[in-house]
Design a protein around this ligand. Structure first.
Ligand code: SF4
Length: 367
């Protein structure tokens, strides 16, 4: 076994498509997406969410376009957005054409649900004319009737069959600039569907566990489902669906990627669960640091450990490490690049760590 080979993930070979300037699939970094929940016709409100998502690291943001007011607002949203915008369309081919014309980078649309062959052709033509890719988004909660009749209930095979049916419509029109998702709220079903789809085609896959729940439950569900797939090398872009603030979805998405060493963004804090040995208040320190370091996008690793039991060992693996010096000692040891360096008292510690991390981030950004 080569050093750390147990950590390596071999990614499935997929086609590369573009969502605006963001590559999805092939050897592109796994992108993180989220979705706004404002009325899309509210340009300022939507742009505010888009900007917050982008500040949290989102590579791509999706907005729903349920009506003409939404697609009419899209042009200003696309113009003001720092990241490419995906227009979420259901059934109405006119909305899809309007969205492509308004500058959407990608259409989330299922071509089998928009009616005649002629309408499909018109949407594809609009996508071609405006450099717009597509996402086929199959969901266990809205499976096509004929598949529900065939399989009796939503199941992985039905999700895969539905996705391939929609894909065939685009292929028949010689359009291959699309990615696919097969989402379900049940982790087993979603994982099995994505595995089946990954084996059946080489299109890039957009991962997600849909309707996953609130922050805690949704994070666990997503980490299990999306994490299991990424671990197998499946997945090119992802959205963590949470009944929570838009920035939380992005944060959790990156935490999943960080945990699997697939992509690093922002500060990764390793911290202990604390016990009676802690030399300082580790919980409060980490809570404060997470807030104060949220603006850092460089991949800085930090370890915050309450005492010398595990502190020096974890500090060896991180760029900046702090280990408590013992109960009441008010002398905490700072490690830089794994090497024991100097002491810091409790009162100055947080400011000191923030300064060290910011300096490290500047150095990484400049490198
Ligand atoms: Fe307790 Fe020290 Fe372990 Fe933290 S590192 S949990 S303080 S023994």
């Amino acid at each position: 076994m080569t050093e750390r080979s147990y950590r390596q993930i071999t990614r499935r070979k997929s086609r590369k498509i573009m969502v605006g300037p963001v590559a999805v699939g092939g050897d592109a970094p796994i992108s993180v997406q989220t979705m706004t929940n404002t009325r899309t016709s509210d340009v300022e409100g939507t742009l505010d969410q888009v900007r917050r998502a982008a500040a949290a690291g989102a590579d791509i943001v999706r907005v729903s376009c349920p009506d003409e007011d939404s697609t009419a607002a899209l042009k200003a949203i696309v113009k003001g957005s720092p990241v490419p915008i995906v227009a979420d369309i259901h059934f109405n081919y006119r909305r899809a054409i309007e969205a492509a014309e308004a500058g959407a980078a990608c259409l989330r649309i299922n071509p089998g649900n928009i009616g005649s062959v002629e309408r499909v052709r018109e949407v594809i033509q609009a996508a071609r004319d405006h450099n717009c890719s597509m996402r086929i988004g199959v969901n266990a909660g809205s499976l096509d009737k004929h598949l529900l009749e065939k399989y009796g209930e939503p199941c992985p095979e039905a999700l895969v069959e539905s996705a391939l049916e929609h894909a065939r419509i685009l292929e028949d029109n010689d359009f291959r600039e699309f990615k696919i998702s097969v989402k379900a709220s049940n982790v087993f079903m979603a994982v099995a569907a994505y595995r089946g789809l990954a084996a059946a085609c080489d299109y890039p896959l957009h991962l997600g566990i849909t309707e996953a729940g609130g922050l805690t439950r949704g994070t666990v569900q997503s980490a299990l489902g999306i994490g299991a797939l990424l671990w197998e090398g499946i997945g090119d872009t992802l959205r963590v669906s949470l009944t929570a603030d838009i920035a939380e979805e992005v944060k959790v998405g990156f935490e999943i990627l960080k945990a699997l060493d697939l992509r690093h963004r922002g500060v990764k804090i390793i911290s202990c669960p604390t016990c009676a040995r802690q030399g300082f208040d580790v919980v409060k320190t980490v809570e404060t640091l997470e807030k104060r370091l949220a603006h850092i996008s460089a991949p800085v690793t930090v370890s915050i450990l309450g005492c010398v039991v595990n502190g020096p060992g974890e500090a060896r693996e991180t760029m900046i490490g702090v280990t408590g010096g013992g109960v009441g000692a008010d002398r905490n040891r700072v490690y830089l690049e794994g090497v024991s360096d100097h002491n810091v008292g409790g009162a100055e510690m947080i400011d000191h760590i923030v300064e060290l991390v910011e300096a490290k981030a500047r150095a990484l950004d400049a490198a």
